[in-house]
Design a protein around this ligand. Structure first.
Ligand SMILES: N[C@@H](CCC(=O)NCCCC(=O)O)C(=O)O
Length: 241
């Protein structure tokens, strides 16, 4: 009997609703790329709403977790800082995602954090963030790339000997970029990729086979190695289900 496809939870963005928007009422939102990338890798994606009290029951039924990105920022109080003027928290989403992350960690599930999700993962392991790259890194690359997000914005160098290097079989990747913040210190995680300007582009847990955060959006599948990331997530979820 073929192995069952693993169920991979995927966090959602939330919009308040407005006349002329998708709905006048509050709604969840998510680009289709996320669910498509998991499906193409052999998993079954499951969209997760913002109900922290469901987190443990949900992760008990799921085999992995993807914490997606969004046009918002973590509350800097989570890493001991005062807010920067350019920092825009989304408390309801962060509360829900922190509960899902805690529940997934407690069950030793594979976790992929994408963009803002990488930042949440780093902070959960004691890391800190750069709240607004242009202020502290004036010579940085344009990490909010001017060209379309389905095109590469810059390259990254992958740290040899890391899980990211092993799963991608790559030393460099071409990635898109859509962020104004970045990981400043990785806490208990290790750095597995940098941009040419030194900005941290990936972090991972050194002992766990798949607790990975990436600053770019691999769900666009721009670089062939992006497919390896989702394949490794699904295979880890399948083998540990
Ligand atoms: N706080 C982060 C958020 C970056 C991020 O998740 N961007 C994604 C944009 C929307 C999307 O396409 O998902 C930062 O700005 O650094």
């Amino acid at each position: 009997m073929p192995a069952q496809k693993p169920l991979i939870g995927v966090t959602l963005d939330a919009e308040p609703g407005a006349p002329g928007a998708f709905s006048r009422f509050p709604y969840y939102a998510l680009r289709q790329h996320y669910l498509d990338a998991i499906t193409h890798a052999g998993g079954i994606p499951v969209a997760l709403g913002h109900h922290p009290n469901h987190a443990e029951a949900l992760m008990a039924r799921l085999d992995g977790l993807v914490i997606t990105g969004g046009a918002f920022d973590l509350d800097p109080a989570l890493y001991g800082e005062a807010p920067h003027p350019q920092t825009t928290p989304q408390p309801q989403r962060t509360t829900a995602e922190r509960a899902l992350l805690r529940a997934a960690l407690a069950r030793d599930l594979p976790i992929l954090g994408i963009c803002g999700g990488m930042q949440l993962l780093a902070v959960a392991f004691g890391g800190t963030l750069i709240q607004h790259i242009p202020d502290t890194h004036p010579n940085a690359l344009p990490h909010e790339q001017p060209n379309p997000r389905d095109e590469p914005g810059h390259t990254i160098a992958i740290t040899p000997g890391t899980h990211l290097a092993t799963m991608t079989h790559a030393t460099t990747m071409r990635v898109n970029s859509s962020h104004h913040q970045a990981v400043r210190t990785p806490g208990a995680l290790r750095i597995s990729a940098h941009a040419p300007d030194g900005i941290i582009e990936a972090v991972e847990h050194p002992e766990h086979p798949f607790r990975l955060g990436v600053q770019w959006h691999p769900e666009f599948l721009i670089d062939p190695a992006d497919r390896n990331i989702f394949a490794s997530l699904v295979e880890t979820a399948r083998s540990t289900a």
